[in-house]
Design a protein around this ligand. Structure first.
Ligand SMILES: NC(=O)c1ccc[n+]([C@@H]2O[C@H](COP(=O)([O-])OP(=O)(O)OC[C@H]3O[C@@H](n4cnc5c(N)ncnc54)[C@H](OP(=O)(O)O)[C@@H]3O)[C@@H](O)[C@H]2O)c1
Length: 341
């Protein structure tokens, strides 16, 4: 048995390119006492990983060169030498882009219950991206009936849930994303009130058209020009959960970073800006899973996963996600999912 891995071998400058990664075949590790060998099934492609590819690592510390890329992964226990985990259990954890990962004794793993839905949901709508949207919209955005909520990158893993939670709160929801197919998805599948393609329109003009009464909640996934245009259109006591700044990730800490001009409007409008991390909100996890599972069951929240097959395609899947190829959560399936009929 071979263990194909994707190594992180080069720190990107600007956009991530294929030579940042290298495929390698290694032996499948044998778990030591306290360790769990996981057969990986779904690998997550997350924008925050771009930050960790840089020297500074952004908020989490840089990825080490020459090692399999660390990531959230759902898999199945192949061999266990840890209490509480048995062969065949479905789990998720911070594992690696590889066919197999051996989770060290001091690193946590969590069970994924297939009774709650597809096991991939453990790293999508019922996992980190879902909780990010839930905390961002409910705790920091506090959308109210009749308000206008605007979400950027709104057809993606986090934005698609954030917008739907705004709709469920009774707000009028407007989304932006980078293709007409995404606009159709936001309107027809996610049931947003309005959506626009930010690559085809002047963002300020689009906001004037689709948010004629101003913006009460801005769920920011992208930063840059979009954030600046929103700042000029805030209502009194607007709330801005700052979830991500993806338009800046490739140029972070360089002179190419976008310079925000409309900052003074935050003062004029008595607005609240909250930069937040999902990691600050783990205390909401149990409440979130119960509520989100119920919303999925009732059909009030729908979720799309954009799955690429094959570990050798993981680098392109990540690069494509950063470029906006994905609708919904971008995952890579690297092994058989026995829960699929
Ligand atoms: N605070 C937290 O704890 C936390 C947790 C998870 C995620 N996040 C952040 O949330 C954001 C969304 O993450 P996600 O996992 O849901 O990813 P996603 O939206 O599924 O995928 C990323 C999307 O970003 C868009 N994008 C790329 N470059 C852009 C640019 N220059 N301007 C505008 N949009 C651009 C692309 O769509 P388009 O076609 O629309 O360009 C792409 O599909 C990211 O900023 C991420 O870092 C934060």
């Amino acid at each position: 048995m071979q263990n194909r891995q994707v190594l992180f071998v080069k720190r990107p400058v600007g956009a991530v390119t294929p030579d940042v990664f290298e495929l390698r075949d290694a032996a499948v590790p044998e778990p030591a006492d306290g360790e769990v060998l996981v057969r990986n099934i779904y690998l997550s492609c997350d924008p925050y990983m771009r930050g960790q590819m840089g020297e500074s690592g952004y908020s989490r510390g840089p990825f080490e060169l020459g090692l399999p890329l660390p990531a959230r992964v759902v898999g199945q226990v192949e061999k266990s030498r840890r209490d509480g985990f048995a062969e065949g259990d479905y789990v998720w954890g911070f594992l690696a882009w590889a066919h197999y990962s051996c989770q060290p004794a001091d690193m946590p793993l969590w069970h994924v219950d297939p009774a709650h839905g597809p096991i991939s949901h453990g790293i999508s709508v019922l996992g980190m991206p879902g909780l990010t949207a839930y905390a961002g919209m409910l705790k920091y955005g506090k959308a109210q009936p009749g308000e206008t909520v605007f979400v950027s990158a709104a057809s993606g893993a986090v934005g698609s849930v954030a917008g739907q939670l705004g709709r469920i709160a009774g707000a009028r929801v407007v989304g932006s994303a980078g293709s007409d197919a995404k606009v159709a998805h936001m309107k027809d599948v996610l049931r947003f009130d309005e959506a626009f393609n930010y690559k085809e329109m002047d963002i300020g003009a689009a906001l004037d058209k689709h948010c004629p009464d101003g913006i009460d909640v801005y769920f920011d996934n992208v930063g840059g020009e979009t954030l600046d245009a929103v700042l000029a259109r805030l209502n009194e006591h607007a709330r801005l959960p700052i979830c991500g700044q993806i338009s800046e990730y490739d140029v972070m800490n360089s002179a190419d970073q976008y310079g925000i001009r409309n900052f003074p409007n935050l003062l004029r409008k008595h607005a609240t800006v909250t930069g937040f991390s999902v990691r600050d909100n783990m205390d909401m996890f149990d409440e979130f899973v119960l509520r989100m599972a119920a919303l999925m069951k009732s059909g009030d929240v729908v979720y799309t996963e954009d799955i690429v097959d094959g570990i050798e395609n993981a680098p392109d899947a990540f690069i494509g996600m950063m470029r906006g190829e994905n609708i919904g959560k971008r995952l890579v399936r690297v092994g058989e999912d026995p829960t699929l009929g």
